[in-house]
Write a protein that binds this ligand. Structure first.
Ligand SMILES: C[S@@+](CC[C@H](N)C(=O)[O-])C[C@H]1O[C@@H](n2cnc3c(N)ncnc32)[C@H](O)[C@@H]1O
Length: 258
């Protein structure tokens, strides 16, 4: 038993990365190997679960595990219930657990129940997508801002209160999570707010999985592609002043600006 495990149990909220087990942190792998039980999401499954110890109980709690309406309450109850039995609980979330992962709901539940916990950060699918495509997320002269946004609110539609000025900022790299279905509408809004359809874009599907797909395109072309596309895999959309493949770095000036 590690120093972290206590008689009340302990919950580690662990980031699983995008799916490639080599993108797990050492801490994540260690927590999984030592866990009595792992509660995992659909996107935090597959080969990463091989890190679990031989005695670890694996429990799927994603949408495919059912209970769509009471899912969060059900997960909270499981976390608290297993921890109260004195178990080392790992709650495994895809990418970085703190990004669009409903982490806060679970932190509130654990705090309210008096269960000790830790958060183990990890590799978000956003940085894994950029790395897979050979792109930097920021650029010294043209992309001085980086923003992560969701393309879906709780109803699954484009959020109504979207900050158009921010997401149409030509000086920012924008990463859209959960935005495949709403992208045609988003692209119309971007165009209306001054971002040209020729703006470079990357569609990154199933990053870190064997069937990973990367499409270098523009926001205009991607909107057309997404209009009739069936969404079967997790995907991210990156757009903005993305470096084009083979393009020279913008400056060789050795000043210290990152
Ligand atoms: C609930 S959010 C979780 C994000 C996660 N916490 C992260 O940091 O990557 C799920 C969305 O993340 C993106 N995503 C997660 N894993 C992905 C992957 N392996 N490839 C592409 N997109 C991914 C997709 O936009 C998906 O709809």
């Amino acid at each position: 038993m590690t120093a972290l495990a206590q008689s009340t149990g302990f919950v580690s909220l662990v980031s699983a990365g995008p799916g490639d087990p080599e993108l797990l942190t050492l801490k994540a792998a260690r927590r999984m190997a030592e866990a009595d039980v792992i509660l995992f999401d659909d996107l935090a499954s597959g080969p990463v679960l091989d890190q679990a110890g031989p005695q670890t109980e694996l429990i799927a709690v994603g949408k495919r595990a059912g209970r769509p309406s009471a899912r969060q309450e059900h997960v909270n109850a499981l976390l608290i219930g297993h921890a109260r039995q004195g178990r080392r609980v790992v709650r495994l979330k895809s990418g970085d657990a703190g990004i669009f992962g409903r982490l806060e709901e679970e932190l509130i539940a654990l705090t309210g129940a008096g269960i000790p916990f830790e958060i183990v950060p990890g590799v978000t699918s956003a940085s894994a997508a950029a790395a897979a495509a050979g792109l930097p997320l920021t650029r010294r002269l043209t992309a001085r801002r980086l923003q992560f946004v969701t393309g879906a609110d709780v109803t699954g539609n484009l959020p109504e209160d979207i900050n158009w000025a921010a997401i149409a900022d030509p000086g920012a790299t924008t990463v859209v999570f959960m935005g495949q279905r709403s992208f045609p509408k988003l692209a119309d809004g971007l165009h209306a707010h001054g971002l040209p359809p020729s703006t470079p874009a990357l569609f990154a599907e199933a990053v870190g999985h064997p069937h990973q797909r990367l499409v270098h395109t523009t926001i205009g072309e991607l909107a057309v592609m997404m209009r009739n596309a069936e969404v079967t895999q997790p995907g991210l959309i990156l757009y903005g002043p993305l470096a084009l493949r083979g393009e020279k770095p913008q400056s060789t000036d050795p000043d210290s600006t990152p």
